[in-house]
Write a protein that binds this ligand. Structure first.
Ligand code: PLP
Length: 456
């Protein structure tokens, strides 16, 4: 058995980590176990996971119900190809998702990661337009400041001036509208839609779909924007015969308050959190034609995502000459992941996460709003179980590490954003501790700019 320092030495020499150099990266923690809100390291540190391990661990780590579901499924069948076979876990999950998702979004393509589900969404939109007799409509419009993943097709839809510029040569070229600037907490200002209208007017004949992250642009800026934008998008897409794709991978599963980020655009503002999917009401207000989900789908226990199309989109593709949808990951509908997702949906349905998130939001506001007064603060943003302190300049990684160790709170700031998206089971006192750690980072002296580990 290797000891901790031998393990870390091998890691530093041989293993790539996300958005990091192979060598000379800031010290890493050797995680030994994780339970509930807390990750324990080999040297005995107990860290509250204030970023839900990149926003997926919604019900907490090693959630007993999900672990048990995976264990049970593993006794029967761990994997079987989904080409030519189907199986109960995939079917049961499908039935559950059809009820859980917004009404009308019920044709499901299981993917193995969020990025892949975005690739599928873009391909579906293009195939839809092809089937409608418009092969020339093969571009998408995305938003500046957005993030949709790291595969080539998903990078091409993410912020064009963000961290992927090096790879422009292998990306398909799309069009971009300005980031919506009207904030979530301001009245909607229609001028905010001018850039999108202009881009669509200029390239109308080429556009298959518009894609956005509803109300919450996560991985490229922790930006919260006004739901009025989504209403205008739906109207524009309807007028122009363009499909609308909502990427709910980060915003979905109660992260912003209601079950879906798009719900902020439903009904009157007071009814924004209304659970239309369960009430059976017609929520025709603002629904996409295609939607992507991932991250919290399995509660962070297995990798799984899905691209979900409306009946209309699926029918057009299915009734066309090329009726097959040409995508098929090896691990599509992996039975273990399906079992994890079913158990996770049980928890989403049976626990009152809307209230829990409201309580988290209240604590985040109370703690983070005063941080506007810090000398280094540029902005504070809070919505649901998302809290972000934007700094004018980021402290050194040594200082961040020191705060993490001193407070026992795992934070992973990127660019100038010190943020939390804690598990939805996080207690109010844990939220207070997280906010104290954010404050301490906000009070550190800014350090030299570094490209290392700079993105989510
Ligand atoms: C909105 C959004 N879409 C897509 C992705 C990519 O998901 P994955 O990392 O599972 O490929 C992310 C990841 O952060 C995301 O936030």
């Amino acid at each position: 058995m290797k000891n901790a320092s031998e393990l870390l030495e091998f890691d530093a020499g041989h293993l790539w980590h996300p958005y990091a150099a192979l060598r000379n990266t800031p010290a890493r923690f050797l995680a030994r176990s994780a339970q509930g809100t807390t990750i324990e390291t080999a040297d005995g540190l107990k860290l509250i996971d204030a970023v839900s391990s990149w926003w997926c661990v919604a019900h907490g780590h090693n959630c007993p119900e999900i672990v048990e579901a995976i264990r049970k499924q593993s006794e029967k069948m761990c994997h079987v190809m989904f080409g030519g076979f189907t199986h109960e876990p995939a079917i049961e999950l499908g039935e559950r998702l059809v009820k859980f998702l917004p009404k009308g979004l019920n044709k499901i393509f299981y993917a193995d990661s969020g990025s892949i589900s975005v690739e599928c969404a873009a391909k579906m939109a293009v195939q839809y337009q092809f089937a409608k007799g418009h092969p020339e409509k093969c571009k998408l419009v995305a938003l500046k400041g957005g993030y949709h993943g790291d595969t080539a097709g998903a990078m091409a839809l993410s912020d064009p001036d963000g961290m992927h510029t090096l790879f422009r040569g292998i990306m398909p070229q799309h069009y971009f509208a300005e980031r919506p600037n009207c904030r979530a907490d301001e009245p909607w200002d229609d001028r905010d839609f001018a850039s999108m209208e202009q881009v669509v007017a200029e390239h109308e004949g080429e556009i298959a779909a518009i894609i956005c992250e509803p109300v919450f642009q996560g991985g490229n800026g922790m930006w919260l924007y006004n739901a009025g934008y989504l209403k205008r998008l739906r109207k524009l897409c309807d007028e122009k015969g363009i499909l609308l794709i909502f990427d709910e991978i980060a915003a979905g599963f109660y992260r912003t308050g209601p079950r879906w980020g798009m719900e902020h655009a439903w009904g009157t503002p007071g009814a924004a959190g209304k659970d239309c999917a369960n009430s059976g009401e017609d929520c025709a207000a603002v629904l996409p034609d295609i939607m992507t989900i991932g991250k919290a789908l399995t509660g962070g226990h297995m990798t799984m995502a899905a691209c979900v199309a409306s009946e209309m989109v699926a029918d057009v593709i299915t009734n066309s000459k090329i009726s097959a949808f040409m995508h098929g990951p090896t691990y599509m509908a992996n039975p273990l992941a399906c079992a994890a997702a079913i158990a996770s949906l049980d928890l989403f349905e049976n626990r009152d996460y809307a209230s829990r998130v409201a309580a988290i939001e209240k604590r985040l506001r109370a703690n983070l709003e005063p941080l506007r007064n810090l000398e280094n603060a540029a902005d504070v943003r809070v919505l649901g179980a998302i809290g972000c302190l934007e700094l004018k300049a980021i402290p050194t990684s040594d200082d961040i590490l020191r705060v993490i160790k001193e407070t026992g709170v795992w934070l992973r700031p990127f660019c100038n954003y010190v943020y939390t998206m804690p598990p939805l089971i996080t207690s109010e006192s844990e939220v207070d501790r997280i906010c104290e750690a954010i404050k301490m980072i906000g009070q550190c002296e800014p350090g030299p700019v570094s490209d290392d580990e700079f993105h989510e």
